[in-house]
Each structure stands twice: as structure tokens, then as C-alpha cells.
Design a protein around this ligand. Sequence first.
Ligand code: BG6
Length: 471
Amino acid sequence: MHPIIFIIFGATGDLAKKKLLPAISSLIKKDKLSSDAIVIGIGRRSLSDKEFFSMLPELNIKGRYISGMFEDAELYAHLSRILREYDQTHHQCFSRLFYLATPPMHYETILRHMKVSGLAEGCDQHTRQHTKVLIEKPFGKDIDTAKRLDVLLASVFEEQQIYRIDHYLAKDTVQNILAFRFANGIFEPTWNSEFIDHVQITVAESIGVESRGSLYDGIGALRDVMQNHMMQLLALVAMEQPRAFDAISIRDERARVLTHLTPLDKVAIQSVVRGQYRGYRQENGVDPQSTTETFVAMRLMVNTPRWRDVPFYLRTGKKLKEKTTEISIHFKKPALCYQDVCLFNPEAVYRNMLRIQIQPNEEISIRLMIKRPGFGMDLLPAYMRYSYASYASENSPDAYEKVLLDAIAGDQTLFARTDEIYASWTFFMSVLSSWATDDASLVFYDVGSMGPAESNRLIEMDGRRWYIETI
Ligand code: BG6
């Protein structure tokens, strides 16, 4: 096993400080990573090694900090020298994990310089496969830029070296969707349009853009969360059973869902809700006239026999009432009436619902109808629950711990593949082009609400409601 060296571009940014460096430190503490692991942080801020590592005093991480501009060729030459020094002083080749944790606008510059400086090569001809690049979403800002980035990546790295991160895939409770679906014989037979009325997916955040105003303003909720995290959740819910639990089979099935999203027609495009929270334009770094959306809600269809006529309602937003990521599967009601005679009042019967809460409460629950205890024959909804915490001896690993470990092990299952990313962009292009020429579609919502009223209208138009309820 080669010792590991993490090279983090954007090392003083939020992602590195809040997620990556703590994940590396936690893996060392858990003995999942050798304490010989080295971190080289690269950032534009001028800091000494000591100043950089003392920003994170509680982390037991060793390494170096290099300050420099990503456009400066000397930065990469300097980095090459440092990497060689490590190899030479330790008399062995380090596995190099390059992590692009910068704003996406720097990706091309960094990759071009990596190509020219030969950084992707590894320390000798045998270690190329131990040199990897991890790249954060959003992967491009539309289909053309995604393709361009891919071509560039492919000119520097081989596909097996490229890890396109969607940290939602690495969340323990998201992986549980597959265990739950395919290891339980009672759900799969009903997991289709014969039994399912509709599906809801919500990724709600209570935080706003925080210190990322200037970065977020060029991105928006559709590109930040809907196009990637939410499409991956949708793919896991909607996919067919993979042949094996490996990178090829699982990514094939996820991609199959995303390439079968029904293209949105004009009416559907117009019904996509594009919201902005009140006060967003006053956030630091945000254009005071910004039309960037901080909320999106939409209805889409998956064009496969399994999902014929089953709508999927998706919504995501910032500064909402609470943080919750959840998927709910709403089953059709049973046939209750025959020739005007009903067994129960259909209004009193709620749909069975399977609720998969991904965070912050990690829980799966099922809503059933039962008889209200007593003399009459009244009905009552009741919930059967399984809480993830009650089975875990320790907290679920953080998604970034999983991301790093899998990349080290060379397992690409929980990373997005190019065809998935292209399919998702292709689907969203109609909405993005329509928004690019139409600022009027932007609607505003109050901080602490569940988004604009249009989001409720979107689903109520179909005679359904968002499931927001405290069980
Ligand atoms: C990131 C987005 O990918 O996901 C952020 O860029 C968002 O805007 C974050 O806050 C949400 O992640 P999590 O794991 O907190 O749900």
C-alpha cells in the first residue's frame, strides 16, 4: 500500500475546512487511514504552514501549505518539486489524490496546468493508477461546458483516475435506499405504476448562502442541488435492479433512469417554480439585482414502463423552514368502493406512504391505516418506524469520509459517471434556456417558509399535496 498524499486546491475554502480536512482527520482517528498521510493545501491566501494548520488545531494532520495563483505555472512546478521530495525522502512513491475544491471557474486553469506540468503522471510509470483527481460538482454549468470539461479531463487523466463527486451518493442513508429496495421482497413487487401514485423528493435547507454569496450567485439552486444531488436521489429510487453491486452495474442503472427523463414541454417548463428568498439580494457578494434562484420545484416523469404516469415532484431551496432531505413514496389507495357502496369512506383513508428521511433524522417510516381503538369502526393513520441511529454503534460516517476512502480504494460506484451528468444536463437545458431569457418567472418567498406559493400550486393542481407533517 502506497502512503497517501492529498493535494487540495482551494485549501482555505469552506469545503476544505468544513468537510475535507475534518474527514481526513477523522479517518486517521478511526484507523481507516494511516497517520503517515500527508496533506498539501494550496490556496491563494498567503499563509505559512504553521498558520494554515493552526486554523484547524484539533486536526492531527501533517503536511504543507503552498500559496499561489492557480494561473501561475510556477505554482505547479513548485508542487512537482515538493511531491518528488516526499517520494525521495520516504524512498517510495506516494499515491497522489488531487482534490479540486475550488470554485468551478478555476477547474480548467488548474487542469491545463496539471497537464503541462505532468502532475497527473505519478512518481514513476507504475504509479499512474495511484494518481487520482477528485472534482466537485457542479460539473460544468450546462451541457456544453460539461462536455468541454470532460474533454479536458480526459486529456490529462484516464477515466479510472477521475472521481466526479456527488457527496449525496456517499451518504450512508442514501446508500440504504438500495439495501432497502433490493434486500426486502415486500417492496419491489409494488415499486411501480400499478401501486405507486406519485413520489416526492425534498432537499430543504434552513441556511442561506452564508459566506458563499459571490460563488452561489453564478450558480443557483438548479445547478447547485437539483441537477446533481436530487437527480441522484431520483435515480436510486427509480432505477431497475442492478445485476451486481459494482460500479459498472449500478452506474449503468442510474444512467438509464436519467436518460429516460421525459423532456419537458412548453407548459411543463413554465410550471417549473423558480424562487428567491426575500433578502437574498442583500447577501454579501450577491448582485443587488440578481435573478439567481434559491428555490426550485418541479414535476417530472420517468419514461419507463415501471413509472408510466407516475409523477415525481421535486423541490429544493435555501432559507426554508427546516433542514430536511427526504423521499416519500405515496401508494395508491386500495379499491374501497364497488357500485357506489364503500367499505370505508375514501376521504378517511390516507394513502400508504413510505418515507425515507435522509437527514437530519435518519429514519424510514411507513404510514398504515388502522382501526381507531374503541367501539366504532373509525380509521386512523399510524406509523411504523425504523430509526437508523438505533442500529448504529457509532454515527454514520460522514459522506466525505466515504468519498475519500472509495477514491483511495479505486471504487467509482458512488461517483457520478459522464453519461449520468450529460443526461441530467440535457434534461435541464430547456429550463435553463427559458430562464436565461425570462426574468419574469422569478417569484419570491419568505425566509422560514417552505418556498413560494407557486410550489404548492404546482402539486395541488394535480390534486396532491406536499407531505410536510411532523410525525
Ligand atoms: C452542496 C451545495 O453540494 O450541498 C450546498 O453546494 C448545499 O449549497 C450542500 O448546502 C448541502 O449538503 P448537505 O450534505 O448539507 O445536505
